[in-house]
Design a protein around this ligand. Structure first.
Ligand SMILES: N[C@@H](CCC(=O)N[C@@H](CS)C(=O)NCC(=O)O)C(=O)O
Length: 207
């Protein structure tokens, strides 16, 4: 199995999950925002052949090619049920897990991605600097919602570490790196989960 990724981008979620799952993999670093002629570039034709958007992550396992980080997380979790990344739980707990996954993607990470797009990812002529304030505002609204959605427990769902904890910790790490206003309890959440041996092994792969 091959995971194409770039440092602490969304591919880190998948790398971390592979480490939690104890699955053997090859990590292939990809360069974003570099000339298409560079053989490691996400714009190189050989990479575009597996990921038409020229983005990371991409997971390739035999004939299967996945290019969405959350689909990759679910795939890894199902390949290694003993990892507990998807808990052995009731339908209601699964519904809450799915809700939290959707919330992270649709609400929590969007303002972070808006900042990324409008500071470096989009072509300069497409960037709208005024959106940076909007991103801050939307992030604080998402935090307020999360305060209501998350219980005070050690883990987001059930009583064990799941793929939602990876998503939350990686997204808060992203928010901290992008200098958003992150409440202390979510900094602590990031710190606690990044202390996991699997997270440390994943970090060692990219550094
Ligand atoms: N929804 C996709 C988003 C992937 C994505 O946008 N990845 C970023 C890095 S975090 C990227 O490759 N950006 C390159 C670009 O926008 O050109 C996922 O979750 O995998």
């Amino acid at each position: 199995m091959k995971l194409y990724g770039m440092e602490q981008s969304r591919s880190f979620r998948c790398l971390w999950a592979l480490e939690e799952a104890g699955i053997e993999y090859e990590y292939v670093p990809v360069k974003l925002r570099t000339v298409a002629e560079d053989p490691d570039s996400a714009q190189h034709p050989s990479y575009l052949a597996v990921n038409v958007q020229g983005k990371v992550p991409t997971l390739v396992n035999g004939d299967l090619v996945l290019t969405e980080s959350v689909a990759i997380l679910y795939y890894i979790a199902r390949l290694a049920p003993e990892s507990g990344l998807l808990p052995n739980a009731s339908m209601d707990v699964y519904a809450q897990l799915d809700e939290m996954v959707c919330f992270v993607l649709a609400e929590l990470e969007q303002p972070l991605w808006s900042k990324g797009k409008h500071t470096f990812a989009l072509p300069e002529e497409q960037r709208i600097p005024q959106l940076l304030e909007t991103a801050k505002f939307e992030f604080s609204k998402a935090i307020n919602a999360l305060d209501h959605l998350l219980s005070d427990g050690k883990f987001a769902i059930a009583d064990s570490f799941t793929l939602v904890d990876i998503l939350l910790a990686q997204t808060f790490n992203w928010a901290i790196r992008f200098e958003f206003d992150v409440p202390e309890k979510y900094v602590e959440l990031r710190d606690r989960h990044y202390e996991r041996p699997a997270a440390k092994r994943a970090m060692a792969v990219i550094t």
